[in-house]
Design a protein around this ligand. Structure first.
Ligand code: AGP
Length: 611
């Protein structure tokens, strides 16, 4: 969950690194630091954001064309100056930055202290650089060899960059379980946690694989595995464009990404459907058509918002393809000794493609013979590379920590997968598929329409910016949307919010209802609207405040709701793609009115690459 950047070449390393760290700040922003080489090794680090580091480095020696930087999401050691990365070795000659967790750091630290090492932080990372120093000294080997040997000693996940004051023409990098991308330029190389700090300099990248390390010089790149076997790197060309990672006039990435949804939903289906012919083509699904056709059940593993997309998929796959679906929190699935057979299909959903729990769930299922289908947004990330097949959501880089366009893109892909599976299993006629795909094709324009309620929603938000709690209710396809709406609110405004199936409210949460409790209810046209209306009346009878999301033209819910937000009509199964839009906007405006940092909410990070 940290961001790392390294540079070696002809440019001013400080400029490249600071700009890169700002592009990675969404991955973690508790503290930031930088190491620069220009004859001497200079390290500057500070609690707070990258801008705080810039202020701290003001007027100091920031020259040099070799360096590395880190923006931290704290795992071991609270966010403060001394725990900020980079960390130094005992003799002060080596410096390291790290994304991940060294699980056996305590044991190693105890041993090193016995040998006279003095530590200055509470971090696991500092232990690793001291271990490398100890091994280099004891075995009298090169820095590269000392790094390789030390990686056989540690247990955990890492993406590391190491710099030595005595070898100023190289960076040593390695990864296992945390992402690392190497950008290849002319007489220069770039290292980063993902491609966003690299894209403005080069499109040619290498994705380092787990248990690989690299010796990076200005004009050479040697990749080995930690068994010391040289690897032949595969060079990929980035599809991402620079403007995709800029704010383009919006105040926040989150708002930009909310407004990108007409396009991102369109892009997620582009080239995959021919509505008038009732044709759906998901490459990965075709490859494993027999497996899907014979699957006795589908298990979906994911975390957070991606888990909510999985819950929407459960309703849609079971409704149309009639295949049993189980949706599992990846963090629970990986440890509860689940029953997995070779007939199981595992759908792993992840925006970042780096979520540690989801990756571990995949590895567990794969070890038991299941087929893994990954649905991810970041090309070349770990989860797609660990999957047998899959589909990219093509939503474009999602920088805001709160997931918005990735969610609707995931739901779009999952809907196509459900309908494609239904065609394979013969549970959907071509006529009906034509109807459904035609409705799906109309969704981008309907999202545009839903976005026109933004100003109305901003006014509604003003009434609730100080509410201590919120309840979100939905039924059927909209139950997962209620959960997602609640998560959006709590993660960016810090207001406690709970999502519930609307009928379940009577089994406890109704005790929370009083004149101070805002209740968001998704009450759109569909098979269970009448039941939802009964739930609204139960809330009203206890003086709860109703904020209703309704289908445009609704007259019934309007009579009982305190606030009404309309969304266009569509197929019942596609309502989640529209109902989530006002909930994203409501959360955004409430958070802004509360002075919260919507793009970098406290305690959070965009990609949870630790357990
Ligand atoms: C969503 O708004 C959150 N930022 C978080 O729940 C996120 O969805 C979760 O961490 C999963 O991330 P992933 O999709 O990258 O795997």
């Amino acid at each position: 969950m940290c961001g790392i950047v390294g540079y070696i070449g002809h440019r001013n390393a400080y400029d490249v690194i600071i700009k890169g760290l700002k592009r990675l700040e969404y991955r973690g922003y508790d503290s930031a630091g930088i190491t620069l080489l220009n004859g001497s090794m200079n390290i500057y680090k500070k609690a707070g954001k990258v801008s705080d580091l810039e202020n701290f480095a003001e007027g100091k020696d920031i020259n040099g064309s070799v360096g590395m930087g880190h923006t931290r999401w704290a795992t071991h050691g609270e966010p403060n100056d001394r725990n900020a990365h980079p960390h130094k070795s005992n003799n002060g000659k080596l410096s390291i930055i790290h994304n991940g967790i060294i699980e056996n750091y305590a044991t190693i630290k105890t041993e090193l202290i016995k040998r006279g090492h003095v530590f200055h932080s509470d971090t696991d990372t500092e232990v690793l650089i001291h271990l490398i120093e100890e091994i280099q000294h004891k075995a009298n080997v090169s820095l590269e060899e000392a790094v390789r040997l030390s990686l056989h000693e540690v247990v955990g996940a890492y993406a590391i960059v190491i710099i030595s004051e005595d070898q100023q023409d190289e960076l040593i990098v390695a990864r296992k379980g945390s992402p690392m991308v190497i950008g290849i330029g002319e007489g220069e190389h770039f290292i980063a946690s993902d491609a966003t700090p690299i894209i403005e300099y080069t499109k040619n990248v290498v994705y380092l694989n787990d248990s690989e390390m690299a010796i990076v010089k200005k004009d050479s790149l040697v990749i080995k595995n930690i068994e010391n076997v040289v690897q032949n790197p595969v060079i990929h060309e980035l599809e991402m464009q620079l403007e995709m990672i800029e704010k383009n006039g919006y105040d926040h990435f989150m708002m930009k990404e909310i407004y990108e949804q007409p396009k991102s939903i369109y892009d997620s289906m582009r080239g995959r459907i021919r509505a008038t012919e009732g044709l759906i083509s998901l490459g990965g699904l075709k490859e494993y058509e027999t497996k899907f056709k014979n699957a006795e059940r589908i298990i979906i593993v994911a975390c957070g918002t991606s888990w909510h997309a999985g819950l929407v998929a459960e309703y849609i796959i079971e409704e149309f393809a009639r295949v049993p679906v189980e949706v599992e929190y990846a963090s629970e699935f990986r440890y509860r000794n689940p029953i997995i057979t070779e007939n199981d299909i595992i759908i792993a959903i992840s925006q970042s493609g780096e979520t540690a729990d989801t990756l571990a769930a995949i590895e567990l299922a794969k070890s038991k013979g299941a087929t893994i289908f990954g649905i991810c947004n970041v090309v070349g990330s770990s989860i797609p590379r660990a999957s047998h097949a899959g589909a990219y959501t093509h939503a474009g880089p999602e920088i805001g920590v709160a997931s918005t366009k990735a969610f609707t893109a995931q739901v779009t892909i999952l809907t196509l997968l459900a309908w494609s599976l239904a065609q394979i299993k013969g549970t959907l006629s071509r006529t009906r598929v034509v109807e459904l795909l035609t409705a799906l094709e109309a969704i981008p324009a309907k999202v545009e329409k839903a976005l026109t309620s933004n100003e109305q929603i901003q006014k509604i938000a003003a009434n609730f910016k100080d509410a201590p709690n919120f309840l979100y209710l939905g039924r059927g396809f909209n139950f997962p949307v209620a959960l997602e709406g609640a998560l959006k609110l709590k993660e960016i405004s810090y207001i406690h919010a709970e999502g519930y199936p609307a009928a379940e409210m009577k089994h406890g949460p109704i005790a929370l209802i009083d004149e101070n409790m805002p209740v968001v209810v998704i009450a759109t046209k569909g098979s269970i609207l009448e039941k939802t209306i009964s739930n609204i009346q139960e809330v009203k009878a206890r003086k709860g405040i109703i904020i209703a999301i309704v289908t445009e033209g609704d007259t019934e819910v309007k009579k009982m709701a305190d606030y009404v937000i309309e969304i266009p009509d569509t197929e019942e199964a596609l309502v989640p793609l529209l109902a989530t839009i006002p909930l994203q906007l409501l959360s955004y405006h409430i958070a802004i009115m509360r002075g919260c940092n919507v793009d970098q909410p406290r305690n959070l990070a965009k990609s949870v690459t630790v357990e």
